[in-house]
Ligand binder design. Structure first.
Ligand SMILES: [Zn+2]
Length: 309
């Protein structure tokens, strides 16, 4: 992700991004009919545990752990593709999750994040605890909570994007592209496969675990969704953590989803001093922040039930 008002990072280094194969511990199973109302927002959203999400962020930093968990995956579809990049063709893998017995056409909302981390040449060690890790851990916890209401869960498709980070500099909307590889591929596949129109809305999580939480939504946020999140946060007593980014535009994975007609909100804290530095480590992330964003998102979706049918 980048903001247009900030200087671009040009690394110009060989790219060997760690393929942090995400352990999708996503073991939702769906059953039952699709007409059951959404769960009560207050109680259901409070099921989202920041501590559990935080533990996933912590564990996500261990590739071994992730690979072990992958063996237990019940309902993840791998979307693998190769794209040209400034450093030659690279293979990327999005992880798409739905309840095991949900049909792809059941989904009405997409909730997504990116799990790749920005590559910096050694000896620089970039962990990406917040930028990459936070959304990933939180989305695993989101899946656990959804699993408590099987019918509601079927209305969601969860996507862990690869290749969000630019290899050199962001280039979108005209080739040769750089950055947002996973979301561009996913959105185009939805569009070409005729699935884009089934989705009523989307929420993207990026860098949402900052201990000092200040969600700075981009200026291109779909207004109705933004209002919905503000109302949800109001109800949960966390409204002061949510606002708009005032220093320019933010280019992130929501871009291509909006482009194919799925109104998608980017819940991002771009007021993050450790962004793209070795300082983006676990101590900058808090369970409370993960919980604040996770609960507001769940509360919002419960209230948007009518639109998700
Ligand atoms: Zn980044």
């Amino acid at each position: 992700m980048r903001a247009t008002a900030r200087p671009l990072h040009t690394h110009g280094m060989p790219f060997h991004a760690p393929r942090w194969c995400l352990a999708a511990l996503l073991c939702l199973t769906a059953s039952g009919c699709g007409n059951k109302p959404a769960p009560a927002p207050e109680a259901f959203s409070r099921e989202f545990s920041g501590q559990k999400a935080f533990e996933h962020v912590e564990l996500e930093l261990s590739r071994k752990y992730i690979e072990e968990q992958l063996r237990a995956v019940g309902w993840t579809e791998r979307q693998t593709f190769t794209d040209p990049t400034p450093h030659g063709p690279i293979e990327f893998t999005n992880l798409i999750a739905r309840p095991a017995d949900a049909r792809p056409e059941d989904a009405r909302a997409v909730v997504c994040t990116h799990y790749d981390t920005k590559y910096f040449a050694p000896p620089l060690r970039f962990v990406g605890a917040n930028d990459g890790g936070s959304g990933t851990g939180a989305l695993i916890e989101f899946a656990r909570v959804l699993g408590r209401d099987k019918a509601f869960a079927r209305r969601f498709e969860l996507v862990f994007f690869d290749g969000e980070e630019a290899i050199v500099n962001f280039v979108v909307d005209s080739a040769p592209y750089d950055g947002l590889y996973g979301s561009r591929h996913y959105a185009h596949a939805l569009s070409e496969g005729g699935r884009a129109r089934q989705f009523k809305m989307g929420v993207l999580w990026d860098m949402m675990g900052d201990r000092d939480l200040d969600i700075t939504m981009p200026s291109d946020s779909p207004p109705k969704l933004a209002a919905g999140i503000f109302a949800a946060a109001d109800a949960l007593g966390t409204r002061s953590h949510f606002g708009y980014f005032k220093n320019g535009e933010i280019l992130d994975d929501h871009h291509y989803l909006n482009r194919v007609g799925i109104p998608t909100l980017d819940l991002i804290d771009f007021d993050f001093a450790a962004w793209h530095t070795p300082g983006d480590t676990l101590d900058k992330v808090s369970a409370e922040s993960l919980q604040t964003v996770g609960q507001a998102t769940l509360y919002f979706f419960c209230g948007a039930d009518e639109q998700l049918r």
